[in-house]
Write a protein of this length. Structure first.
Length: 393
């Protein structure tokens, strides 16, 4: 694989301009109230200070050492809903497994899901695989350097579209991820919940106004880095901020009050049961349908415990309904707790013994009788991984 090249931006290029002095860490000077506005005339200074800081203080991440839009796309998809620390190992493994978009398009979905396994939000991997197939089949393997065309690919929303187009192709589209939204809200004193349509529209307008059209990719990365490493949600490091002199929240001492959070709904918790069915030296696994939550992954049959049922009764009923088998429960294996985005589960897991019946699938789309030595070849949800080591023991 061709060695990535560093972006062709230098500290000298940024800080040696007549408008500003080079960035130095430490508290920014206070301005009077009439000066403390990020007016159009002051935006160039804001951009220069931010980019100068980023060029010196950015984290050295592998996707920042390349202008390959495919690699940038992979990293941005992974960084949705996943912390940088976790993405680092997955990014390297994914690029090694699928070094080009043609390699990803040609791979089996099960292989892609296995490489993605335990990172969660598997719809990202399925959409990425589908999009790669479209690019390879219909676009000659070239990711479109056009926002509208790229935006039409599966899984490409406003954020991914702006990030890849700006960082990979230097297109002037402002990124508004969670970190940028927080920075914008504090800069401009946006004191309404950011999950409201009107607030989000205002954030996007302000981000577009601030964007450095000459270096949009560098500027977007600097804004995201500022939010991730300095402008923290609960403990913003205002003395170390390169642009605090432009920040409305800093000068009005409202850093902790902005952004405003809306009401949060309580997270429901569901009780489920699953059975590990033994037949001789084999166990049964089933594959979920390719769409929806955990789509395409393998699991042990089971489902939700109904009102008035015991977990044991639910386990026997779900196995009969899903795969048409009668089983006997040997013993409880463990209880697993796991949190998804919008709900939690408590799963009681039982060892079961096959008694009778021929498999008829009602819900799952495939099944396998496998040995425990084969289990690592299949992608499983994290909740299943929490008890799989007990089976191997």
């Amino acid at each position: 694989m061709k060695s990535p090249t560093a972006p062709d931006y230098t500290v000298r290029e940024i800080i040696h301009r007549p408008r500003i002095a080079p960035f130095q860490s430490g508290p920014s000077r206070m301005l009077s109230a009439d000066q403390n506005t990020l007016t159009p005339e002051r935006r160039p200074e804001f951009r220069d200070r931010l980019i100068a800081w980023f060029t010196v203080h950015q984290r050295h991440l592998p996707w920042r050492r390349t202008k390959n839009p495919y690699h940038i796309w992979i990293s941005e998809v992974m960084l949705q809903q996943t912390q940088v620390k976790k993405v680092l190992s997955y990014y390297d493994r994914f690029i090694r497994s699928f070094p080009t978009i043609h390699a990803l398009a040609a791979a089996d979905l099960q292989t892609v899901l296995k490489v993605w396994e335990k990172m969660g939000y598997y719809g990202r991997a399925r959409n990425l695989h589908r999009a790669a197939q479209i690019v390879a089949r219909e676009m000659g393997g070239k990711i479109p350097a056009d926002y509208t065309a790229f935006r039409e690919l599966p899984g490409v929303g406003d954020y991914i579209g702006a990030a890849v187009q700006s960082i990979g192709f230097d297109r002037p589209y402002a990124v508004t991820d969670g970190n940028v939204k927080r920075v914008i809200a504090r800069l401009f004193l946006i004191d309404s919940p950011l999950n409201r349509t009107a607030s989000l529209k205002l954030v996007r307008e302000r981000a577009a106004e601030l964007l450095d059209s000459e270096k949009p990719g560098l500027f977007n990365q600097a804004m995201m880095e500022l939010g991730a490493t300095v402008c923290h949600p609960r403990r913003p490091n205002c003395p170390g901020c390169p642009v605090s002199l432009f920040c409305g929240a800093f000068h009005t001492h409202r850093q902790l009050a902005i952004p405003v959070t809306g009401r949060t709904r309580s997270v429901p918790e569901y009780h489920t049961a699953a059975g590990v069915i033994h037949r001789d030296n084999l166990v049964l696994i089933t594959r979920r349908k390719p769409s929806g939550l955990l789509g395409g992954l393998w699991e042990f049959p089971g489902g939700r415990v109904k009102a008035g049922e015991t977990p044991e009764e639910a386990c026997l009923r779900e196995i009969l309904e899903e795969v048409n088998l009668a089983v006997d429960i040997i013993e409880p294996l463990t209880r697993v707790r796991h949190a998804y985005t919008h709900f939690k589960i408590v799963m009681d897991v039982f060892r079961c013994r096959y008694r009778s019946g021929r498999i008829v699938l009602r819900g799952p789309v495939d099944y396998r009788w496998i040995t425990l030595n084969e289990i690592d070849a299949f992608p499983f949800p994290v909740a299943n991984h929490k008890f799989i080591p007990l089976l191997e023991e």
